[in-house]
Write a protein that binds this ligand. Sequence first.
Ligand code: NI
Length: 178
Amino acid sequence: MAVREIVLIGDPILRQKAEPVKHFGPELRTLVRDMIETMREARGVGLAGPQVGVRQRVIVVEVPEDEEEGITGPWVGRPFALVNPEIVEVSPEMEEGIEGCLSIPGYVGEVKRHVRVVVQGRNEWGKPRRIEAEGFLARVLQHEIDHLNGILFVDRLESREKLYRVEDLEAEGAVESA
Ligand code: NI
């Protein structure tokens, strides 16, 4: 396993559409393991292929369980990968929440996302995976799938006033980045 370098905003790869994965071989499993290690080392909750310079439709997610906040369920509290993920259903309800990105260090924004989504894709072995997510997990999935389409959270801010410097928010507690 290896920690890979995280690509920062300004690099054109973050603005390109990633390609579907066609081969579910050992290289893909190595990429997934490296992405999980890189995400953990950076203390992120999600990471997408383009963020490690790989223009493929692969994301990894690890949302810590927080029962008090209602963040629980089978896809919480452990890392997992989704290959070729597609959002197949969204709730009409949306909510604003604070979001960061490992490719945009030092900033967070208040971003409106669907409260619930259903995402389909495959695991790193090619097995179909379907995830019904809500709240913070749904937010992270939407953020990561945006990365595969060249979209960053700053593109989704309703105004410049919804972008904050992390140091200005320090008094309000920890902020997680994807
Ligand atoms: Ni991100």
